[in-house]
Design a protein around this ligand. Structure first.
Ligand SMILES: [Zn+2]
Length: 425
């Protein structure tokens, strides 16, 4: 008697699989196969010969579910664990100023930067924000991204921050992409609270956070801990309130100055600390001890002329390093996540396995999705990307080019380009 299991997807004739886990991250051979059950969970990873043995006659019984990869390589669906893609307006004028040598701080002091986007985002309607964000999201989904974290933080008042998170909730409802919402009301001090930090912290802690929690609009709370933004004490006040409300913690820290935010977040059990260009050895040791994921953003380093975070040193110290885009209209106008992995290999000098793990398995850990996302293993969601190439390394090597041929989310085909072409967004 053979099994009579029903499958949503039987992906056959795979040349190579980057599965991602530390032990055995790559499967090669002729004729590999991945099968997903009706719930979209991976039920089998191995050779076609072994699959045929356990499921004789599967071709005829599952005609509609069988898809041939024709010898190509597959990756797990990519996880972008750090984005700011819901905003209004663009900032190419600041880009031009930067091209003439202006610094981040100079642009912020002249009313540019985050506050520039915040004014435009507050003025935009929820429908406008939704339409723009959906388009941006489908564009990056075409690069193989099947899980994405999205932060608020471009309104900096209660109504506006809630509006952004409602847009994220709508995207989550309408698209099969796994979306992880993060509240980043503590992204900058709005102009009217420039010399009244305590006033804005009260709005954050007494008004915004309880309302975000009540409406279930965010899983994580994030703070920009940096000179000129949120001090260590101010960061702690927001994180403590978030923690007391039962929300997960993330942090932007050590981008320009090491203020102690990474140590604080690690001790408080944060899921990740991101940026880390200036991270100290003590902070790295604490992240390793507490299992805090390091979110490294190499495209931002390139776009904003910043040093690279010491990713290799952190991995060697036992820290899981996620690589993300930081897609935002100021410091990194780029959502091309495979580029983060390519830069991981070339600029951070990470072995290709670690570089690709950064945008898959460790990205999933950064958003607490490692039980279901980020690798090709039995029991995980069948979020799978078929590449044009037969080599799993080739798309990293031939960089800044989209090599995606086909995407599956939960074992079902997903075609973001077709959704964009429909013209509904
Ligand atoms: Zn960021």
């Amino acid at each position: 008697m053979h099994a009579t299991r029903a499958y949503s997807l039987i992906l056959t004739d795979i040349g190579q699989i980057f599965t991602a886990p530390l032990n055995d991250p790559v499967r090669t051979g002729t004729g590999l196969c991945i099968a997903a059950d009706e719930q979209g969970t991976i039920a089998f990873v191995g050779t076609m010969a072994d699959f045929a043995k356990s499921e004789p006659g599967y071709e005829t019984r599952h005609k509609n579910a069988v898809v041939s990869a024709e010898g190509r390589a597959v990756w797990p669906g990519l996880v972008d664990s750090h984005t700011h893609i819901v905003y209004a307006g663009t900032r190419e004028e600041e880009f031009a100023q930067k091209s003439r040598g202006a610094s981040y701080a100079e642009i912020a002091a002249a009313g540019g930067g985050i506050l520039n986007s915040a004014a435009k985002t507050r003025a935009a309607s929820a429908d406008e924000l939704y339409r723009d964000a959906k388009k941006r999201l489908l564009q990056v989904a075409a690069y193989g991204i099947t899980t994405v974290e999205i932060k608020s933080g471009y309104a900096l008042d209660t109504a506006g921050e809630l509006k952004i998170l409602e847009v994220v909730a709508r995207l989550k409802k309408e698209l099969p992409i796994e979306i992880v919402p993060t509240f980043l009301g503590a992204h900058a001090y709005p102009a009217q609270f420039k010399s009244d930090h305590d006033g804005y912290l009260s709005v954050l802690c007494d008004e915004m956070l309880p309302e975000v929690r009540r409406r279930g609009l965010a899983e994580f709370v994030d703070v920009f801990c940096e000179e000129g933004f949120f001090s260590l004490a101010e960061t702690e006040r927001v994180l403590r309130r978030a923690h007391d409300l039962g929300l997960g913690l993330k942090l932007h820290a050590d981008q320009f100055h090491a203020l102690g935010g990474t140590e604080l977040a690690a001790r408080m059990g944060a899921a990740s600390v991101d940026h880390l260009e200036e991270v100290t050895d003590e902070a790295i040791a604490l992240m390793a001890r507490h299992g805090t994921v390091a979110g490294v953003l190499p495209i931002t380093s390139v776009f904003s002329r910043l040093p690279f975070a010491p990713a290799k040193k952190m991995i060697d110290a036992g820290v899981r390093v996620a690589l993300a885009t930081d897609f935002n209209p100021g410091s990194c106008m780029c959502g091309f996540l495979p580029l983060a992995a390519s830069l991981g290999a070339t600029q951070l000098v990470l072995p290709v396995e670690d570089a690709l793990r950064g945008v898959t398995l460790h990205g999933a850990a950064s958003v607490r999705r490692e039980a279901r996302k980020g690798s090709i293993e039995v029991g995980k969601d069948a979020d799978i990307v078929v590449m044009e190439s037969s080599s799993w390394i080739y798309p990293l090597y031939h960089f800044a080019h989209n090599h995606v041929r086909q995407i599956f989310i939960g074992g079902r085909p997903f075609d973001p380009a077709a959704l964009l072409a429909e013209g509904t967004v």
